[in-house]
Design a protein around this ligand. Structure first.
Ligand code: 8NA
Ligand code: MG
Ligand code: MG
Length: 345
């Protein structure tokens, strides 16, 4: 489809859920042989097995809150979104939330709370979380706001409800911007895609708060920009090993060690790869490759899935995968509603 077509919206939201659901199998694993990944993915096609459904985790649980809030309020409402996060957590606390963010979610359910951003600010001795929990649920912001400045602004605020460290919320901004650009068809020109992201992040990271956090954590002056330059170096190379990707970009629970990685997975899988089955389309390649990196597989596959799905569209997703992932059908319906909201504004 053309820029911002319904197919791209559906592809983005559904692929994010698939990445989360199929990625759960390997979350936290240090090494994941591609053989195991393909075996896991093949079992999804095998309907005779009656594998039952793969459940979604915190990534999708929180993204669903973001979607419902944006749709119900027809825009960003921090009180409403915070309330939905808290309610979702108390209804289903066993979705695999990060150990720190649970405290925030409990505090957000207090009726006495006057500033919904305060619990996040209190995390980690006042430094705030740099986990990828803000970024993992950032895609819907790109599907609600056509204007890039709004995507930036609301993705940041939405993440700050749980992640007040700039290395956390700027990861969410980067993820939302990647989905935004992909939705416009920007991945047709991968070099320009990465250049645009770097240009945007130069501005996003060019303030005192970001510089300060980076200094305290002994990171580069503009940590996400530095990582995006590494992504560009890796994508220029003809052969890159999984080990190199992990050592250059990371596969961990910090946004800095997972959002640029997810972006790389998408770029690397724009073309067929030797290690991946020939009959795989782009979304399948991207998700399979993300899982093979190990580490925070559900979250990296979820983020890469959103970006890839916005590029390839819903047609690139196997029906058999949709059928066995909890929440995939819901995501498809919500994508249609977001598409309407996006084109109204
Ligand atoms: P979070 O805000 O609790 O952050 C995740 C973790 O990162 C924390 O528990 C800390 O260990 C560490 N961390 C974050 N900020 C700081 C800081 N300023 N100083 C020191 N340590 C810090 O949770 P989240 O919502 O960001 O979740 C991130 C990931 O963890 C998600 O992928 C989620 O699924 C979860 N998770 C990951 C695994 C895994 O093995 N990869 C397993 C279960 C849950
Ligand atoms: Mg998860
Ligand atoms: Mg995870």
């Amino acid at each position: 489809g053309g820029p911002a077509s319904l197919s791209r919206f559906r592809g983005a939201l559904v692929s994010a859920v698939l990445g989360d659901c199929v990625g759960g199998e390997f979350e936290g694993a240090e090494e994941v042989p591609m053989e195991s990944v393909l075996q896991h993915l093949n079992s999804l096609d095998d309907e005779t097995k009656g594998n039952g459904i793969l459940e979604y985790s915190d990534d999708t649980a929180m993204a669903r809150c973001v979607v419902q809030s944006l749709l119900t309020r027809a825009g960003f409402d921090e009180q409403d979104m915070a309330r939905r996060f808290a309610k979702e957590y108390s209804a289903s606390p066993g979705r695999g939330y990060g150990s720190g963010v649970i405290q925030v979610l409990k505090k957000l359910s207090s009726p006495q709370l006057s500033d919904v951003y305060q619990p996040a600010r209190d995390q980690f001795n006042g430094r705030g979380s740099f986990g990828n929990g803000g970024a993992m649920r950032a895609a819907p912001f790109a599907l609600a706001f056509p204007d890039m400045a709004n995507v930036r602004r609301f993705a940041r605020l939405g993440a700050m409800l749980t992640h007040s460290c700039s290395l956390g919320y700027n990861g969410a901004v980067l993820q939302a911007l990647a989905v935004h650009l992909s939705l416009q068809g920007a991945l047709d020109l991968p070099q320009q895609f990465i250049s645009k992201l770097i240009t945007e992040m130069e501005e996003v990271e060019g303030n005192e708060a970001a510089r300060n956090d980076a200094r305290i954590l002994k990171e580069a002056e503009k940590p996400f920009c530095e990582r995006l330059h590494r992504v560009r170096d890796l994508m220029d190379r003809s052969k890159v090993s999984i080990e190199e990707v992990i050592s250059e970009l990371g596969n961990g629970i910090a946004a800095l060690h997972s959002v640029p990685t997810a972006i790389f997975c998408v770029l690397h899988c724009l073309q067929p790869r030797e290690c991946l089955p020939e009959n795989y389309g782009g979304v399948e390649r991207t998700i399979a490759y993300s899982l093979a990196l190990g580490g925070d597989t559900d979250t990296i596959a979820c983020m890469a899935g959103a970006i890839a799905g916005a590029h390839y569209g819903i047609e690139a997703i196997p029906q058999s995968w949709i059928r066995c992932c909890e929440g995939a059908e819901d995501a498809d319906m919500n994508a249609e509603r977001l598409h309407m909201l996006y084109h109204q504004s």
